[in-house]
Write a protein that binds this ligand. Sequence first.
Ligand code: SAH
Length: 347
Amino acid sequence: MSRVKTLIDKLNREKHLDREEWVSVITDYTDDDMAYAADIARRISLEHYGNVIYIRGIVEFSNICRNDCYYCGIRRSNTNAQRYRLTADEILECCDEGYGLRFRTFVLQSGEDKGYTNDELCGIVRRIKAAYPDCAVTLSLGELEHDEYKALREAGADRYLLRHETADCQHYEKLHPAEMSWQHRMDCLADLKSLGYQTGAGIMVGSPYQTAECIAEDMLFFERFRPEMIGLGPFLPHKDTPFRDEPKGSCELTLFLISLCRILLPRVLLPATTALGTIIPDGREKGVLAGANVIMPNLSPMTVRKKYMLYNDKLGTDSEAAESVNNIKERMSAIGYEVAVSRGDYK
Ligand code: SAH
């Protein structure tokens, strides 16, 4: 048995590895170790969630952003991005279409757009919850103040996605301009959790300057913080960012980390992300077979899809929501999974 397999078994048993052990797993794994981890992860996911994949309809309601993250296609310095902001009515129309397609979670994601007041955002959440009381609302609006998170939670938001991007402060500083703070982002995550949101953290796999030590730190952070959701996708360059010439992240390492997260936190909600589906055509199937149990098809109006371009060639900008859902159902059924019509809360 390889040393990596021994460590995977230890992780499965003790739900903990120390820093050096993580580094060694992340550095030394082979295809065979990947398959071994995927097998365990898939079994754990079947045990807790069955052969059921939850779908979340994502509405990318604004690409206006005050931040300037070096990796992101909608950073404020990208003057080639055509900016848009949906109205409350337009957002509600997306949810209406999504409800008809049997989505029971709506994810509202945007840049850090100060063009909506927090009261307006609360109003949108309240309207969605009133119109679809059987649905969950997930927000992904970036870093806000405590009172804003609190008001949104009181308005009915159930979950919040805020990838920490990296648990290594020095690495964070290489991905973001000096005006952004790693500590603030981490504080936001703690805040969200304390307000009772099902909270999602996560990273881009293979982001520039990321080392095995950085990822080991991320895994230790997941163990400590116990997020209800973890988003892992490969870094993909965007042509109008300072990282335009940086290499893509590894699809294999992304899949391996999905398996390791499933083993570490058996009940975590783990999406097979759009970035994973973008880097390889069967990325989402492979993600599910590695232990993922969530897929997030796009519900944004077709007219804005291409404008919410976080990275080059983003998947799903050409097909209608209905078409994507059918496509996902077929792909999932081909590998023995079915798509659920339910909120799909953390168990
Ligand atoms: N403004 C929100 C949403 C950001 S976009 C926030 O700050 O949380 C959602 C995620 O997309 C980011 O957290 C980041 O991890 C990912 N992302 C951005 N640019 C990317 C790129 N070039 N490649 C892969 N993922 C990217």
